[in-house]
Design a binder for this molecule. Structure first.
Ligand SMILES: Nc1ncnc2c1ncn2[C@@H]1O[C@H](COP(=O)(O)OP(=O)(O)OP(=O)(O)O)[C@@H](O)[C@H]1O
Ligand SMILES: [Mg+2]
Length: 252
């Protein structure tokens, strides 16, 4: 297997009035191509900051991030935007859909921006919406759909350019358990087709479905455990129980 992401000595410090807040301190890890990694840890431990800096959405204070054989920090803004548009997908809670556009138009927008022929983008959008069970809300306005439908629309939009890695910050955070299970099934399907996933979650049951869990405390990786591939739905409960024990040992 080859590495899709290599992070070396990543530090991120926010300078606030009068003092510095060291949010990430010497983070080191590699992610294999196609791997599904969960990031867990207490509130404020730096999980979201890690996703933002690794994906080039926010700049790092020091260190290096290699994504698909390119050093993120050496790319121009234009090159980085292209990588982010065509090779990364994002599901971030604060990245809202455009309310002036319907669900379908929101989903196809990054495809058009990437310059892919519109017919191909439209076909891909229809396929994704069908896979996620939201084809019937294509023409709805953003304000007229449920939270779970909106979350699935965000996944469609994130995947429209067939990214190498999907970055997701608490993709099931606002959902009830049924909608959460549906979204996780879709993320696993996408992952099984080869897209890597780096996902922040507070849910042990959700993390138990990934290949590996990284546990952050105060901006350091305190634990990093490989669960292996989830082979069947029945394995979720025992993995959940095992992961709970592991997390307790980490101070969860
Ligand atoms: N833009 C910012 N400016 C200054 N400090 C920030 C900024 N964003 C985050 N922080 C600080 O960085 C630390 C880590 O924040 P981060 O959002 O990465 O935590 P998190 O692990 O994702 O927490 P949660 O589980 O609550 O989402 C916190 O102390 C936070 O206050
Ligand atoms: Mg967060």
């Amino acid at each position: 297997m080859s590495k899709i992401i290599s992070v070396r000595d990543l530090c991120k410090t926010y300078k606030l009035k009068g003092y510095e807040n060291e949010v990430l301190r010497n983070i080191n890890f590699d992610m294999e191509d196609g791997e599904f990694v969960s990031i867990m840890g207490p509130s404020g431990s730096g999980k979201s900051t890690m996703l933002y800096t690794v994906s080039g959405m926010d700049n790092m204070t020091s260190g290096t991030v290699n994504f698909a054989s390119r050093e993120i920090s050496t790319l121009s803004n234009k090159e980085l935007s292209k990588v982010r548009l065509t090779e990364m997908g994002f599901i971030f809670q604060q990245m809202y859909m455009l309310r002036k556009l319907c669900v379908f138009d929101n989903i196809v927008l990054p495809g058009y921006q990437a310059g892919t022929p519109r017919n191909a983008v439209n076909d891909r959008a229809v396929e994704l919406m069908r896979n996620l069970g939201i084809e019937d809300i294509a023409q709805r306005e953003i304000g007229e759909v449920s939270g779970g439908q909106l979350q699935r629309a965000c996944i469609c939009r994130a995947l429209i350019n067939s990214p190498k890695v999907l970055f997701a910050d608490e993709p099931t955070g606002a959902l009830n358990s049924k909608a959460s299970n549906e979204v996780m099934q879709e993320i696993r399907k996408i992952n099984n087709r080869g897209t890597g996933v780096m996902m922040v979650t507070h849910s042990v049951r959700v993390a138990a479905q990934s290949d590996r869990v990284i546990y952050l405390v105060d901006g350091n990786i305190k634990g990093d455990v490989t669960l292996g591939r989830l082979e069947s739905e029945e394995d979720i409960v025992p993995r959940d129980q095992w992961l709970n024990g592991w997390l307790m040992n980490q101070g969860w």
